[in-house]
Design a protein around this ligand. Sequence first.
Ligand code: FES
Length: 268
Amino acid sequence: MSFSPDIATFSFAPELGAEIERIMARYPEARKQSAVMPLLHLAQKQHGGWLPRAALDHVADFLEIPRIRVYEVASFYDMYNTEPTGRIQVRVCTTTPCWLCGSDDVVRAAKEVLGVGIGESTEDGRFFLREFECLGACCNAPMMWIDDDYYEDLTYERTKAVLEAIKAGERPAPGPQSGRKGSEPFGERHTLLAKPGPDRTRTGGQPAADHEPERKGRPDDHQHDPTAPIADAAHEQVRKAKKGTLDDEIVAIDPKPGESKTAGKDSD
Ligand code: FES
């Protein structure tokens, strides 16, 4: 990977001062190099979607770390562009879940609206189109990431509508374009239908003090189950038998002074 020189010097715009302070406040002074990624994001935004060499150097000098450390980060992570690109970054996820849900249609629509191929920028320098690996929104696949926003539940038509609107200078509401909220199920709810199991809040999240295994199912099933007391008695017997076996094994492994490892066993 090469770094484009583009400009001789770079420095953060004064209006980003408050944002930089907010980022730096997250890290102790001795660990301020941890701010390298958010600062690179900021620099990339300021410079119109990509990072010239001067911006990388400025971030390194700002954090007082060797410049090579910043070059390593910028060249490793896919979200940083080290060559000139269009300002509006359109990234279409084409990893398997999105592909199965129709990301080919999303790519096709994006190419048609923007008039460029994957990895290309529009002639006016406004848009940059690329494919991306999973962006963590698979439950709302297929999706694309435009600048800071996710557009989800896309189809060919919805992708076109979003990109046409952005081309016209608008910013459509991000999120699912299907009308659903978040990743709620389409149609009726079909998960989390049963009542929750035993409440562990009274035991601080721990199993009950006697370490009895939890009985599966709804908590009130037990009182209507005539076989439950019999099952409980059988369970207790098994528990005791197991405990006896365990005690024997402990004696055999770790005998008391003067006892052989076979103490308590047949010794003829
Ligand atoms: S596969 Fe596309 S967001 Fe995960």
